[in-house]
Design a protein around this ligand. Structure first.
Ligand code: KDO
Length: 340
């Protein structure tokens, strides 16, 4: 065949393929725009093998059962759609419908929420559910809805944060962490927590932690142990220090734009789906935390229990003196402590 004929045919073929692609894109878009399916885009930095990554499948399945064909649920993990911490802004702009947001994300706009970014405030997963499913949660979630334009549907237990170090060292009290470059997520509340433990807090996004540990740009990181396993940080670290410094939460939140567009029964279904997802995460994570140390020991990691009371006192003293604590409503810490 003559080269120019071949070229013309190829170009015609490409044009036809592109017309087809445009047509199919238009069909998908038209479906959503026509309101036949409500788009629910989810973004999370979680790795797929972590419980708060898997929980979104539970939400999707629950909605498929309670509201068949009503939602187009799109799950995006590994921070692939939005970077860690940028989800609330994306929801406010109308580019994202659902996310699991942290107390640290909320504290940026609701300063009193920073009380939950402080170490040693929430005692355990039961206490966490008591606090957030009762009047304290109701008041603070209302403030989050007003200031962030999102509705919190359920509280997930992210786990209890522990230290995880690249090299072994003796760590008994905060003084033993002097000079340790401890990676924390990049916001002032996170960095405060890292510094309060006695380390030198260094900001880094979750997705960069593995390489940071491998190459030595950081000396350690803190996360709940199921995440240390799921994100494979144990491959590039040698020690776990059981400080138990933060019983961490994630809040499953939906943008108010989406929430307000739903009928009362649709809202009920979505809330039930979010609660089923949180329940799945919470049960599995608690079970895994109870037995996970053996896994790390088998991987050759050293696991040590430091003087937890020394950590608690140092951390609490740092928060007591902090500017952050000025924004905590009078009596809130006592109410949290009294929740049983
Ligand atoms: C982390 O970056 O260390 C953190 O644990 C912070 C949490 O708020 C949350 O964003 C979590 O990462 C991600 O979901 C990844 O597990």
């Amino acid at each position: 065949m003559h080269t120019s004929t071949l070229l013309r045919r190829t170009l015609l073929g490409l044009a036809a393929a592109s017309a087809l692609m445009t047509a199919s894109t238009t069909v998908v878009w038209a479906q959503n725009a026509a309101g036949t399916k409500t788009l629910l885009r989810i973004s999370s930095p979680a790795v797929p093998d972590d419980w708060h990554g898997k929980m979104w499948d539970v939400l999707k399945e629950s909605l498929n059962k309670s509201a068949p064909n009503q939602y187009d649920v799109q799950i995006n993990l590994n921070g692939a759609l939005f970077k860690q911490g940028t989800e609330p802004a994306a929801m406010a702009r109308g580019n994202l419908e659902l996310a699991s947001i942290s107390a640290f994300d909320i504290a940026k706009l609701v300063p009193e929420f920073s009380i939950f970014t402080a170490g040693y405030v929430i005692r355990d997963p039961k206490h966490q559910q008591k606090v957030f499913n009762g009047p304290i949660g109701e008041e603070l979630f209302k403030a989050a809805s007003e200031k962030m334009d999102v509705t919190i549907l359920a509280t997930a237990y992210l786990g209890t944060r522990q230290l995880n170090l690249r090299d072994t060292r003796k760590v008994n009290t905060p003084a033993d962490l002097k000079g340790v470059k401890l990676r924390m997520p990049g916001s002032k509340e996170w960095l405060f927590l890292g510094d309060s433990l006695g380390a030198t807090a260094t900001p880094l996004a979750f997705g960069e932690v593995y390489m940071g540990l491998k190459t030595g740009t950081i000396d350690g990181q803190d996360n709940p142990l199921p995440t240390v396993r799921a994100a494979k940080f144990y491959e590039v670290t040698q020690q776990i220090v059981l400080t138990n410094h933060l019983v961490d939460s994630l809040f499953i939140a939906v943008s108010n734009k989406t929430w307000n567009s739903l009928s009362a029964s649709e809202q009920k279904n979505l809330k039930a789906a979010a609660q089923a997802a949180a329940k799945f995460n919470n049960e599995n994570r608690i079970k895994e935390e109870a037995q996970i140390l053996d896994f790390f020991k088998k991987q050759g990691l050293k696991v040590n229990k430091p003087h937890e009371e020394a950590f608690r006192q140092t951390v609490q003293a740092a928060y007591d003196k902090s500017e952050m604590a000025q924004s905590w409503p009078k009596g809130l810490i006592e109410r949290i402590n009294a929740s049983k």
